[in-house]
Design a protein around this ligand. Structure first.
Ligand code: HT7
Ligand code: ZN
Length: 869
């Protein structure tokens, strides 16, 4: 059975580390690490023993206060080194060897593309040296790096560069000091050959900060977006939160070999190249937006995560949820707030809602884990951000800011908990927020039911809201949550009406707090018929069930002045249409409501093309599946295709006119990006219009051949390659020949072809796994095949189970190389409870077979075991 770490078992560390000094003799095959830790007991009497975590380390020497430690004074355990009878205060010196070149897990110190680099969050530092590897153990670090100058001309670590020098025979060294006490998970070093793109930022107090982006020579020209985004993020954090950067330099290093998106190591961020590099020839508009938001996210961690850090890993959302909220708000301020919110909610619904409804459901603050890496989830990140957003909505921006000021001033330099966060927000804002603790503790997506009634005679409108949260694994009984409901009342022309409740005048938009299982509000002075617009801006992460849906949705889809809410109701029309068609496939499409809503959008030139693109994009097959008790994979696919075709037939001429009229020169402002996005939506419809198809294919091929940017080129390429009735082998060849030397673009070559919804895609996937450019050690490449395969609804969910079996075999293989990535990809196997009996049996069979294999990683074993619960 798997051993769990439990929140309730938390104990403060017995020792503090007063100072950490590390010295590295770097080499890809064998690196030697000398650690000097000054320790002091925090208890009146020292304990019997002290455990230093360590994993895959060859211990060469151990000294205590300068004396060699005898073999009877310590044991080497699976989890690390147990030192017996530690003194009250002492200095421990250890010398260990590690092997970066064979570290395919990409946790700890590893080698990639001739570079040596580290990833320590969550528990990678123990793969570098013996340590108290826990987030509540903070120390200032001094780090000296020695390496061969030829192979590793640049030597980087956290903090400020103190000194450099040469060693004999072509060696050199650099010493770095980070004065800000930090937990080990924020440690980083990098050694290698890079080009550096530089800039600087002057802080609000007038200090100049050097900004440096380190990339491989071939990426030299693709760093500007990252630097610009960084400067805007720094200015934004000063303006919105009063937070200033604290070191002399801020370094970002890009690597193609990385388990996640990026890492906020103090002063030395390490990034997946995917979230640093952007040039018009290689990056899409979405890539540009992602670079901006991930750069900002890691920068914002400097205060929310680094200066104020976590007491233990159960508090992960304290830094991640809060920092996602901050990066979402930053992006909303840089771009269109409405479109940003739609994208945030799309992501939440695509990843977090299914997680919260299946066997992997867990609270935003989990109670137990076997492997903490498995808890970097959409729930911790995205739902965590929604909780912070609800608090922000409840307090309003000024009181929220006062609360955040209190948080930073109380806890700077400390390792704290979510309770600490809420209590500081309470102190700063003067509001009671205790009830929000329940959102952190309770899993599952709440349902809110809305009913209302208007009496035109008396002018009163009564609104009744009720809430319930379905049971989740291990949490049968659910409590009531505080749910902020942003509302407006719209008259027939879509105008907001004054909101009066009792004697309170609430303006034309307000936030109601639903804190009971069921609550009523009566608005007065309303003598014209009104429709409530509820959960504007998606003011809470819930599923809304409105009793008036059939009437309200068509109206709100056309008239709601809140962009999120209008989009939401538009989507609801499409969902209703599709579910209706699945129930009765002889129905004519598109029917009245949706047709009229689309006609209203297409009747005028799209002034806000990005928003129009959102409106006209149909819900994904996955999201449709979420609306059904049992996911009818094939029927959903058929219905969505039929509706796309039907809309294309009715609105084809407008779509063609827009496609032509929206063309423009390539620029990177929001309007130009929006035009490109809407043009691609138009093109996707035109390709399924029988009358215009041949013309559309010619246009798509022309767009592919002549585009001067990757956004338009890839959009046309993807549509053509994924069109199973079109022979696009020539395009595949051309794309490969053109981009085979650019890993990020080549990832697209791999993933796009796996989006073809036809049985042959299974063989394609198998062939790609033995392609000379496939590499099991590079997570981006692995995800571009296995992630893309699992995202293909009809092929992955093939009724005969072949998709699941193929996938399971690959996960098993990957687990031996990179358990973290294997376990993350394997989470799609948690979807079985909603599949039909045949598919469910196949998927459960694959899970059971995988789980029986010997020598599974803790990561994968935990995911499989939770999938089986
Ligand atoms: N805080 C970072 C998380 C992260 C990570 C976690 C586990 C294994 C590898 C990792 N790389 C990065 C990313 C972030 O949220 O900013
Ligand atoms: Zn983060």
């Amino acid at each position: 059975s798997i051993q769990l770490v439990r929140h309730e078992d938390y104990r403060a560390p017995d020792y503090e580390i007063v100072a950490t000094a590390l010295e590295f003799w770097l080499d890809a095959d064998t690196t030697e690490v000398l650690a000097e830790l000054r320790l002091r007991c925090r208890l009146p009497e020292p304990p019997e023993y002290l455990i230093f975590q360590g994993e895959s380390l060859d211990l060469l020497e151990l000294r205590l206060d300068g004396q060699v430690v005898g073999a009877d004074r310590y044991d080497l355990l699976d989890e690390g080194l147990r030192l017996h009878h530690p003194p009250q205060a002492f200095t421990l010196n250890s010398r260990v060897r590690v092997h970066p070149a064979t570290n395919t897990q990409l946790s700890g110190l590893y080698a990639a593309d001739g570079v040596l680099l580290t990833q320590c969050e969550a528990e990678g530092f123990r793969r570098i040296t013996y340590y108290l590897d826990r987030p509540d153990c903070l120390a200032p670090f001094t780090v000296t790096l020695h390496a061969d100058r030829e192979h590793y001309p640049m030597l980087l670590a956290n903090g400020n560069l103190e000194a450099t020098g040469t060693d004999g025979q072509g060696g050199h060294w650099a010493r770095w000091h980070d004065p800000f006490p930090k937990p080990s998970y924020l440690f980083a070093l990098v050694a290698g050959r890079f080009v550096v793109e530089r800039d600087h930022f002057t802080t609000q107090s007038g200090r100049s900060v050097a900004l440096e982006v380190y990339v491989a020579e071939r990426y030299r020209d693709a760093c500007q977006r990252a630097l610009d985004s960084l400067k805007r993020a720094m200015a934004w954090d000063e303006r919105v939160y009063g937070r200033e950067y604290d070191l002399e330099r801020y370094m970002i290093v890009a690597t193609d070999s990385f388990n996640m998106g990026a890492m906020e190591n103090k002063g030395l961020n390490i990034f997946n190249t995917k979230y640093v590099l952007a040039s018009p020839e290689t990056a899409t508009d979405d890539d540009y937006l992602h670079v901006e938001s991930v750069i900002a996210h890691e920068y914002f961690h400097n205060w929310t995560g680094n200066r104020v850090t976590l007491r233990d890993w159960f508090q992960l959302s304290l830094k991640e949820g809060l920092t996602v909220f901050r990066d979402q708000e930053f992006s909303a301020d840089q771009n269109s707030r409405g479109v940003q919110r739609i994208a945030d909610v799309r992501r939440l619904r695509a990843a977090q809602f299914p997680e919260d409804a299946g066997p992997l459901a867990h609270p935003v603050r989990p109670d137990a884990y076997a492997e903490i890496n498995n808890f970097y989830t959409a729930t911790v990140y995205e739902k965590g951000a929604e909780i912070v957003r609800m608090i922000h909505t409840t307090l309003g921006p000024e009181r929220f800011r006062a609360g955040m000021d209190a948080y930073f001033s109380r806890f700077d330099g400390q390792a704290v908990t979510i309770e600490d966060f809420l209590s500081a927000l309470e102190a700063g804002s003067g509001c009671d927020l205790q009830a929000f603790m329940r959102w952190y503790a309770q899993a599952g997506t709440p349902r809110v039911e809305a009913k209302w009634q208007q009496d035109l005679e008396t002018g009163s409108l009564s609104l009744e809201l009720s809430q319930r949260t379905p049971a989740t694994p291990g949490q049968a009984d659910k409590t009531t949550l505080p749910i902020p409901v942003r509302v407006a009342l719209l008259d027939r022309a879509g105008r907001r009406q004054p909101l009066r409740v009792g004697n309170d005048d609430l303006g034309t938009e307000t936030v109601l707090m639903l804190t009971q299982p069921q609550q009523d509000w009566t608005f007065t002075g309303l003598h014209e018929p009104c429709v409530p617009s509820l959960f504007r801006g998606f003011s809470a992460p819930i599923i809304l069930e409105r009793s008036d849906a059939v009437l309200a949705e068509p109206f709100l889809a056309r008239h709601d002045d809140d962009p999120f809410s209008r989009w939401e109701n538009f989507q609801a029309l499409a969902i209703r249409e599709l579910l209706g068609y699945i129930a009765e496939p002889t129905r004519a499409l598109p029917s009245g409501d949706l047709r009229e809503a689309v006609a209203a959008v297409t009747s005028q030139w799209p002034e806000d093309p990005a928003f129009c693109a959102e409106l006209l994009t149909l819900p994904t097959e996955d999201y449709l599946g979420e609306q059904m008790e049992i996911i009818q994979v094939d029927a959903i696919h058929a219905a969505r295709e039929s509706l796309r075709r039907a809309l294309a037939m009715v609105f084809g001429d407008t779509f063609m006119a827009w496609y032509q009229g929206l063309a423009g020169t390539y620029q990177l402002d929001g309007l130009s990006m929006g035009r490109r996005r809407l043009r691609q939506v138009m093109l996707s419809y035109l390709l399924v219009n029988d009358r215009l198809r041949w013309e559309a294919i010619a246009l798509a091929r022309l767009q592919y051949a002549e585009a001067d940017n990757m956004s338009e080129r890839l959009a046309a390429y993807t549509l053509l390659v994924q069109d199973i009735h079109h022979d696009s082998e020539d395009l595949l060849m051309d794309f490969y020949q053109t981009w085979r030397h650019h890993p990020l673009v080549l990832d697209r070559w791999f993933s796009t072809q796996l989006g073809r919804e036809e049985p042959a895609t299974l063989h394609r996937a198998a062939n790609l796994l033995v392609h000379p450019d496939f590499d099991w050690r590079v997570p981006n490449r692995v995800r571009s095949v296995l992630g893309a395969f699992a995202a293909n609804p009809t092929v992955f969910h093939a009724a005969d189970g072949s998709g699941y079996r193929f996938f399971g075999e690959q996960i098993r293989h990957l687990d031996g190389i990179n358990p973290q990535t294997a376990a993350r990809l394997a989470t799609v196997l948690s979807r079985w409870p909603r599949l039909d009996a045949q598919r469910r049996g196949h998927m459960q069979g694959v899970i059971a077979e995988l789980a029986r294999k010997p020598a599974l990683s803790r990561d994968l074993a935990e995911v499989l075991s939770r999938c089986q619960d």
